[in-house]
Design a protein around this ligand. Structure first.
Ligand code: ADP
Length: 626
């Protein structure tokens, strides 16, 4: 049903009463034609309630004159602009009452025009002080919460016994504005201030402090009678109890928020102290394992290396025997078998060496132009005494790659194709260009791989059951190695195989090695060598990591290999050292990632990461480097 409109406008007195009764302040200004200034010509009753001015005092005065001071803030500027442009305006600004007190005022202005000329302005105003207070209280809460979360992060990531204590003190100073002390105490409450967590008991416990004794006994917070000193129990580490001690300056008492925050810090501390203990345990076990692994790697590398010398002699002399006297056919066959076995052993030694380097992320490709057709042909020719292997080359098959490493890959594949084909049928090889890639296919009609074992055949030491059953000798790391080497080139390797029918191994190599695919080398410059956790994390993620204890060490590393970034974790870097590193890194175009702190800007670092440095943070920056 359509609503019926009143036939004529409401009477002015009725409107007047409505305006007078409104809870918002309503003001009407008339525009002085001569001067253009705004003269207050009407105020409602809410105006008096809000400002303390009675109508008679205000009416007739100009807008600029009756306020104590017009603030020059964003709100006032918006209102002035609205006046100047003759358009409606809206702003929140500080206004003043008659008694000089201030309040937050939400102002909406509307011009009223007569025949295109503005004759009046209506201003509707509302006191929003309470809303503003509520919002700013929220903002304050938010800021405090963010600060607490940050503090938690800093404390939880302090894995070092000394750094944890330092961090707790820093956090106390920042959050509470008072110095905190960390106390170590024996169970009786004899306490002394400490700078780090001690594994054993406290070295020189002082006299028994009753507050400390009570805090330890109750595992709780104790506040002294004057309400200026609090001792909060913060857990045990080794045989020592730890407490956080807070004193507020003279003339001030502990507030609820102080106590709340120091309780929280103590809780964080307790968890972090457990982390420190676990981390130290982990670290000592890890270094034992690393050391063992290193010894193993060194041993393997040494053996593999020392094997190759004598093997070269065996091959050389096997060739020479025929030249120093006539051999009968049988002798010649024997010599060929000796030579073949020696070459096989030598390849095994090379693969072993590569494997141990790969484990340490130490395989750096020596890139150059490689004619894959010629390379595969020459590898195949090496097997001519066992089998003739035809190679079909189609199109332009040049790639940028590492000649020696690619030779290793195809030796493995061709060797397998011959080894796992007891029928002596020769494998067929094609090398063909395919857009931005070159594809090499090695196809044999040998024993094949059982269906359920194909998926894991590239795993380290994986050998198929049929190969073992037939007692075909092998180590099971040739394919693993090949896959890694192909991946270093940014390529892929795949197999299609059917037991009893044969296998086809397909290697696809990009013509150019994409930069992002090769592992990056990072030098961690850290005088105290306490970034091992960082180094471990980076290595785990596939980076090559070198640690340097000094700037000189770092230079030596950069001189011997390509370095992609420096990670510098050193607060005590002198200005001079920082300047030298900066100049050096600039000259070699090596980006620097530094830990947050004073050194960051001086080093000209491209990014900073929070302390203590975590691998994830550094990786995020390195990934951005592209
Ligand atoms: P190895 O040949 O020394 O055992 P590889 O890593 O080269 O080690 O190969 C792993 C396993 O994959 C082999 O033991 C074998 O079971 C299987 N395999 C590899 N190539 C072939 C092939 N061409 N035909 C059948 N099986 C193969």
């Amino acid at each position: 049903m359509a609503r019926r409109l009143p036939e004529k406008p409401l009477d002015a007195p009725i409107l007047q009463r409505a305006i007078d009764a409104a809870s918002d302040v309503i003001l009407i200004y008339s525009v002085d034609r001569a001067t253009g200034s705004l003269i207050l010509s009407y105020v409602n009753e809410a105006f008096t309630r809000q400002t303390g001015y009675v109508a008679q005092e205000a009416i007739g005065r100009s807008l600029e004159s009756f306020r104590l001071a017009m603030p020059d803030d964003d709100g006032m500027r918006e209102i002035r602009a609205a006046f100047a442009e003759g358009r409606p305006g809206e702003a929140e600004l500080v206004s003043y009452r008659r008694d000089g007190s201030s309040y937050w005022n939400e102002v909406t202005m509307h011009p009223i025009a007569d025949k295109g000329e503005i004759t009046h302005w209506i201003s509707i105003e509302r006191d929003i002080s309470e809303d503003v207070a509520r919002t700013s209280a929220l903002a304050e809460e938010h800021a405090r919460l963010v600060a607490l979360v940050r503090a938690a992060r800093r404390i939880f990531t302090s894995f070092d016994a000394r750094r944890l204590v330092e961090t707790v003190k820093d956090v106390g100073r920042e959050l509470l504005g008072v110095p905190l002390r960390v106390l170590g105490a024996d169970p009786a409450g004899a306490a002394v201030e400490v700078n780090e967590l001690a594994r054993g008991g406290v070295l020189s416990p002082g006299t028994v402090d009753p507050l400390v004794a009570r805090a330890i006994a109750g595992r709780q917070r104790v506040v002294d009678d004057s309400q200026t000193h609090a001792v909060v129990y913060a857990g045990q580490y080794g045989d020592t109890h730890y407490l956080i001690d807070m004193r507020v300056p003279a003339g001030r008492k502990l507030r609820n928020t102080d106590v709340f925050v120091v309780d929280l810090i103590a809780e964080y501390f307790a968890v972090a102290a457990r982390n420190v203990a676990l981390y130290q345990e982990l670290e000592s076990r890890r270094s034992a394992v690393l050391e063992l692994n290193q010894t193993k790697s060194d041993l393997i590398a040494m053996l593999a290396h020392d094997f190759r010398g004598p093997l070269t002699s065996v091959v050389g002399y096997a060739d020479l025997v025929g030249e120093v006297g006539r051999l009968n056919d049988e002798q010649r066959d024997f010599m060929a078998a000796i030579k073949r076995s020696a070459l096989q052993l030598s390849e095994l030694a090379t693969d072993t060496l590569t494997l141990s380097r790969l484990e340490r992320n130490e395989v750096a490709l020596q890139l150059g132009d490689v004619d894959l057709g010629a390379l595969v042909e020459s590898v195949a020719a090496g097997y001519a005494d066992r089998r003739q292997v035809p190679v079909d080359v189609r199109g332009d098959v040049h790639v940028i790659g590492d000649d020696d490493r690619l030779r290793q890959v195809f030796s493995n594949l061709i060797d397998n194709a011959i080894k796992y084909t007891p029928s002596k049928l020769p494998p067929a090889i094609t090398v063909a260009e395919s857009g931005d890639n070159v594809i090499v296919e090695v196809r044999d009609r040998g024993i094949g791989i059982p269906a359920g074992e194909v998926a894991s055949i590239f795993d380290r030491f994986s050998r198929a059951s049929n190969a073992r059953r037939l007692r075909i000798s092998g180590t099971g790391f040739g394919l693993f190695l090949s896959k890694q080497l192909v991946a270093l080139h940014g390529g892929t390797i795949a197999v299609d195989s059917h037991e009893g029918e044969g296998s086809t191994f397909t290697v696809s190599l990009p013509r150019r090695v994409a930069r992002a695919r090769t592992p990056r080398t990072v030098v961690v410059l850290d005088a105290e060598r306490d970034s091992s956790f960082l180094a471990y994390g980076l290595r785990d993620a596939g980076y090559r990591v070198r640690t340097a204890a000094s700037f000189e060490d770092a230079i030596a590393i950069v001189d011997s290999e390509t370095v992609d970034a420096f990670v510098i974790d050193d607060d005590d870097l002198s200005t001079d050292a920082a300047a030298r590193i900066r100049a050096f890194a600039h000259e070699r175009r090596i980006p620097i990632v530094a830990t947050e702190g004073n050194g960051y800007a001086r080093l000209g670092a491209i990014a900073s990461v929070p302390k203590p440095v975590l691998a994830g943070d550094v990786m995020a920056v390195l990934e951005r480097l592209g």
